[in-house]
Ligand binder design. Structure first.
Ligand code: FE2
Length: 386
């Protein structure tokens, strides 16, 4: 056998079938069918590279057969044998993109051999292309996984340097992505939000630990250094072409809706939506995690605090989106959090877990409002830093 390709020829006229077999049988492994139904059975059983079918057949026309074959052998090349009188069927088949070529009847044996040769070359090329695309997608996925691994390692290093509980940056990333999902943003935007959430405070790498860990009130000079961290985060991210889309989200993650945030005092819709999302995610995780200088306030109270400051600091729809995701008492959060937001489960209510994570015992240790959740940058530091 000269070729590994399998060819299916279909015609209700036995003489035509014999002729096709004779022309192609020496060079290829051929299968013949006298009807569309018989052809479909062969397609189920054999990995056919090329289908050559007559158009005019009882019960099932050639075009109908080729349409049905798409569900079984989508990659097979399709050739229609038709008389000039079947123009309508031909236009249909061509418009639907099913056929590689039509061969007018009566056909010439040499022309048919050449057409089949070219068709199988096209088949091989298309399959090689599919393999390359598959390999490329795999390589891109691997690269993305490596990139996310590096980003997570950076975030963990940052959490260790700062006064954060372990995993704060990763949780902010996950909350941010899930808020994006709840708001109906695209998967691409959700991924950007996850990375923005993870890296939002990366600029703190440049802040001395003496300031980050200082238990007392910061001096004006220290406040100024601390308030530069979103700018530094954006500068670090700005050097990485793949992260350009999240630069603005990170730069403005301390802007408040009423314009009292920093570094640029942006207000309302002038603050990128992604930055408003990261702010809420950051605030929520900060309030629901213990820090060396204060205890967590619990999920229910954190929700109350977010709502209290919605419209002033926080975007109300972002707050509501978060609470819809985590539950009013954090009851939908699964704290056995896996590595990626894509498979982070939001569970149905589990009262036991809810009670455990609400940490009511810690609530009395918290000051009345949001003063405690935030980085230690008081109002005075909110000056133009850019
Ligand atoms: Fe920050």
């Amino acid at each position: 056998m000269a070729s590994e390709h399998k060819i299916l020829v279909v015609d209700d006229e036995p003489a035509n079938l014999r002729l096709l077999q004779r022309v192609l049988g020496d060079d290829y492994q051929t299968f013949s069918a006298a009807s569309g139904a018989e052809a479909l059975k062969i397609l189920q059983a054999e990995e056919v590279s090329l289908i050559i079918t007559d158009q005019r057949m009882p019960h099932m026309t050639g075009v109908e057969l080729l349409e049905k074959s798409l569900g079984i052998r989508p990659h097979a090349i399709k050739i229609l044998l038709t008389g000039y009188t079947d123009v309508e069927a031909l236009i249909d088949a061509i418009n639907q993109g099913h056929i590689y070529k039509y061969i007018p009847k009566p056909w010439d044996a040499d022309d048919l051999r050449l057409t089949v040769k070219r068709a199988l070359e096209a088949y091989d090329l298309s399959r090689q292309n599919d393999v390359l695309v598959k390999d490329l997608k795999k390589a891109i996925t691997q690269l993305e996984e490596i990139s996310m691994g590096v980003i997570r390692a950076l975030a963990n290093a940052l959490d260790a340097k700062c006064d954060y509980t372990s995993g704060h940056s990763l949780r902010v990333g996950r909350y941010a992505a899930l808020i994006g999902k709840a708001l109906g943003l695209s998967t691409e935007k959700q991924k950007e939000l996850e990375v923005a959430g993870i890296l939002h405070d990366i600029g703190k790498i440049g802040v001395p630990e003496a300031i980050l860990w200082k238990p007392d009130k910061l001096t004006p000079e220290e406040q100024k250094i601390m308030s530069q961290h979103p700018v530094r985060s954006a500068q670090i991210i700005g050097n990485l072409p793949a992260l350009q889309n999240i630069k603005e989200l990170v730069l403005h993650h301390h802007e408040y809706l009423d314009g009292s945030g920093y570094p640029d005092h942006l207000a309302g819709d002038n603050i990128p939506l992604g930055a408003r999302i990261v702010l809420v995610a950051d605030a929520y995780d900060a309030m629901t995690s213990d820090r060396p200088y204060r205890k967590a306030i619990g999920h229910e109270k954190a929700g109350v605090e977010l709502r209290k400051h919605a419209g002033k600091q926080f975007d109300q729809k972002v707050v509501e989106a978060l609470l819809s995701v985590v539950g009013e008492k954090g009851e939908k959060i699964n704290h056995s959090v896996p590595e990626s937001v894509l498979d982070w489960k939001i569970e149905t209510i589990d009262p036991e877990r809810s009670a455990k994570h609400a940490r009511p015992e810690a609530q009395h240790q918290v000051e009345g409002d949001l003063a405690g959740w935030h980085e230690k940058v008081p109002q005075g530091a909110r000056e133009k830093n850019s």
